[in-house]
Design a protein around this ligand. Structure first.
Ligand SMILES: CCCCCCCCCCCCCC(=O)SCCNC(=O)CCNC(=O)[C@H](O)C(C)(C)COP(=O)(O)OP(=O)(O)OC[C@H]1O[C@@H](n2cnc3c(N)ncnc32)[C@H](O)[C@@H]1OP(=O)(O)O
Length: 185
């Protein structure tokens, strides 16, 4: 892994708020039409998330055949979506909406179709509207399952106001089962 990502010195670390689900409990999807986690998005990735200890969250993805990039392996873009989603969910701790400003991935090992991936993400610190996050993925089921980290990610998320999405209202695909703007929850 050869990232040049460096964290600023002046970051604050958030503490786990009371409203956050207990360790082992499921996290709610943030928007039912989301390609990453929405249960109202038939072509989506249907990722699920759990609150972990401290300020960590985990997410799972089954690598469907349609996620193929190179022969027999996951497409890098799909893996990037999964990191984006998991690190975004880690930002749920703040209770305010966020969007991704920057995301960088290291693809360390090939990931065969049919694998089940576990992602673990956390907020490394924040300053103002900027939330610094990191995550790693392991294969927990499948022919190459093990403890090795198969990919890592670092991302900057920015808090936004709910009105951020208002100009997009007319472009929403179909009727969502969760309210518009609930990427904001
Ligand atoms: C209960 C709540 C639940 C919430 C659930 C959430 C779950 C979500 C799960 C979702 C998962 C999926 C999630 C998705 O897929 S979100 C979809 C993908 N992302 C987007 O669509 C975002 C598009 N971009 C924008 O809208 C704007 O650019 C944003 C809002 C990001 C910033 O524009 P804004 O005009 O507002 O701010 P600013 O430009 O004054 O910048 C402010 C500060 O930030 C720094 N900066 C900005 N960009 C970068 C960068 N690339 N690298 C480094 N730094 C950057 C900048 O230097 C400045 O720093 P400083 O000068 O202050 O030091």
């Amino acid at each position: 892994m050869s990232s040049t990502w460096t964290l600023p010195d002046d970051l604050d670390l958030p503490t786990r708020p009371d409203f956050f689900p207990a360790p082992g409990e499921a996290l709610p999807q943030h928007w039912s039409k989301c390609f990453g986690c929405g249960d109202d998005q038939p072509s989506g990735m249907a990722m699920t998330f759990i609150a972990e200890e401290g300020i960590e969250v985990s997410g799972r993805l089954t690598v469907a055949n349609r996620y193929q990039g190179g022969p027999g392996v996951i497409h890098g873009g799909i893996l990037s979506v999964a990191f984006d989603e998991t690190q975004g969910m880690a930002c749920m701790l703040l209770g305010v909406p966020v969007v991704t400003g920057h995301l960088e991935i290291d693809f360390a090992k090939p990931i065969p179709l049919g694998s089940v991936l576990e992602f673990r993400a956390r907020m490394d610190g924040m300053t103002g509207r900027k939330l610094y996050t990191s995550a790693e993925a392991r294969i927990v089921e499948g022919p190459t399952a093990g403890d090795d980290v198969v990919a890592t990610s670092r991302g900057l998320f920015l808090t936004i106001k709910p009105e951020h999405f208002t100009p997009m209202k007319d472009f929403v695909d179909g009727e969502a089962t969760s309210p518009f703007g609930s990427s904001t929850l």
